[in-house]
Design a protein around this ligand. Structure first.
Ligand code: ZN
Length: 252
């Protein structure tokens, strides 16, 4: 079966991950890939890492994965740093070794490329916020399709000839409809952000992910409701900064 679920930015949110995996199964996906940032911010780093590791699926490295395995936290704000230090304490050597083996970029079945941030400088963790930001990454994208995460915002950028455009019209429907289907056009390149499973930042607290159907040549973006309150309570219960709990409730 040709349906691949693409998930990203789980960020130690086990409630969100569990709900998304249930939806992935209901949507009859045959495969799953993960675009990184499995850990950081929330209460279940160990459980989320072990779950993804047990799937034996393609995974790339995110900036939080990298920070926790280096143990430096140089580029982090104080709240993220506190969460990183706590996260590091929850992980054992086998978890760190798994993170250390994650590549920055991966090609999947010659069908698409996966990266956490950008293809032009995947180790620099730049944020793609608009079509002009996406241009450099497109210059390093050989295949028609690349998925990324990092900003926690589901977005579709495409390059038709020299022109890079963001499909804001279709994606504006995502929160209201809970699902948006993008049909891939031949000769057009796509650089798509699947949004975050575990820490939404587009004011819709639901988890976000996408499904690539290689037969139908479609990418379906989906929002999945989960027990946000329980994830919020778990963040407070382990003593992480309350701000990290509160932002889950409002999706910001
Ligand atoms: Zn992230």
């Amino acid at each position: 079966m040709p349906r691949t679920a693409i998930i990203s930015d789980i960020h130690s949110n086990l409630h969100a991950l569990t709900a998304v995996i249930e939806d992935v199964q209901q949507q009859l996906c045959s495969d799953l890939v993960c675009l990184g940032d499995t850990v950081g911010y929330n209460a279940y780093p160990r459980e989320c890492l072990e779950y993804i590791r047990s799937l034996n699926c393609p995974v790339v490295r995110g900036n939080h994965d990298e920070e926790v395995l280096k143990g430096e936290y140089l580029k982090m704000n104080p709240v993220a740093k506190q969460a990183m230090e706590w996260t590091r304490q929850q992980l054992d050597e086998s978890h760190i070794q798994w993170l250390a083996r994650l590549p920055f970029v991966r090609l999947v079945r010659s069908q698409f490329v996966m990266v956490h941030a950008t293809l032009d400088t995947p180790k620099n963790w730049f944020y793609i916020l608009n079509a002009s930001d996406a241009t450099s990454s497109f210059n390093h994208q050989a295949l028609p399709l690349c998925f990324h995460g990092h900003t926690h915002m589901p977005r579709v950028f495409y390059k038709d000839g020299p022109q890079v455009t963001e499909n804001t019209e279709s994606m504006a429907q995502l929160s209201a409809q809970g699902e948006v289907i993008i049909s891939l056009q031949a000769g057009v390149k796509y650089f798509m952000n699947v949004g975050a499973v575990g820490q939404s930042r587009d004011r819709d607290p639901r988890a976000s992910y996408a499904i690539f159907d290689s037969d139908a040549q479609t990418v379906t973006f989906r929002r999945v409701a989960y027990d946000v309150q329980a994830a919020h309570d778990a963040v407070l219960a382990v003593g992480l900064p309350p701000y990290l709990a509160e932002r889950l409730l409002i999706g910001q």
